[in-house]
Design a protein around this ligand. Structure first.
Ligand SMILES: C[S@@+](CC[C@H](N)C(=O)[O-])C[C@H]1O[C@@H](n2cnc3c(N)ncnc32)[C@H](O)[C@@H]1O
Length: 224
């Protein structure tokens, strides 16, 4: 929850704009934190420094770490190919997912069978994709989260795991969302013909180009 708070307040981006390290006073000046709540910000920063999200220099300066650099959401970094996974973490810590996670212990005790509801459905009476469809705000956050995750992972896949595609002539990214992964593979390995299969709602919003083939899935929706 402290991490969610830091992302929503824009703390990693503020530290980045202050040169990669910031004092509490500099953060106070940069963030929308009420004056009376400033001591609480100090506690949140201490907690996040203890967890390795930031590095504290005797509580004078808070530095970005490898982890929090991935949370910087700034045009100058994202345009330069710097990955940002804040959107993904925002969904993981959202009320919908948090409430679902409260059912994990009960869900683990149930034997798996066709009637077993996933933790998300236990909490909300509907699956993730039903809620994505009916709750516009959650749907937007979910789409942004998937897009940020794909940008992050696709960069690593093409950079570090290229040998996987040796001898492969075609790939279908099943549940490939907006096609970020398939486009990255097609661009890095032109000998691979790439297709993206996803639900009509997602496919309809997908930018069309001749890099990848777009396939519509009318199958049952996978649920968590
Ligand atoms: C968890 S997201 C993963 C997105 C992307 N592959 C990534 O790693 O970021 C799962 C994707 O599966 C899609 N999906 C769910 N049920 C599907 C189905 N029956 N057929 C095709 N895609 C489906 C969703 O729309 C969503 O884009």
């Amino acid at each position: 929850m402290a991490l969610r708070c830091a992302i929503n307040l824009g703390i990693p981006t503020a530290i980045h704009r202050l040169g990669g390290a910031a004092t509490l006073s500099e953060l106070h000046a940069a963030l929308l934190v009420a004056a009376s709540k400033r001591p609480c910000l100090s506690r949140i920063m201490t907690l996040l420094a203890t967890s390795g999200i930031f590095k504290s220099n005797f509580k004078l300066y808070y530095h970005l770490t490898t982890a929090s650099r991935l949370l910087v959401d700034d045009e100058d970094t994202t345009r330069g190919g710097h990955p940002c996974i804040s959107q993904h973490l925002a969904v993981c810590s959202s009320p919908f997912i948090f409430t679902a996670s409260l059912n994990l212990d009960e869900w683990l005790k149930e034997e798996e069978d066709a009637r077993t509801a996933a933790p998300f459905a236990m909490a909300h009476g509907a699956g993730v994709y039903d809620v994505v469809r009916r709750d516009a705000a959650f749907g937007t956050c979910f789409d942004e989260a998937m897009a940020s995750d794909s940008r992050f992972v696709s960069e690593i896949v093409v950079r570090d795991y290229g040998e996987v595609f040796a001898g492969v002539t075609s790939v279908v990214d099943v549940g490939g969302h907006n096609g970020t992964m398939a486009r990255a593979i097609a661009k890095a390995f032109p000998h691979v013909r790439c297709s993206v299969l996803d639900l009509p709602r997602v496919v309809d919003a997908m930018p069309a180009d001749d890099t990848v083939d777009i396939l519509v899935s009318f199958g049952g929706i996978n649920q968590y």
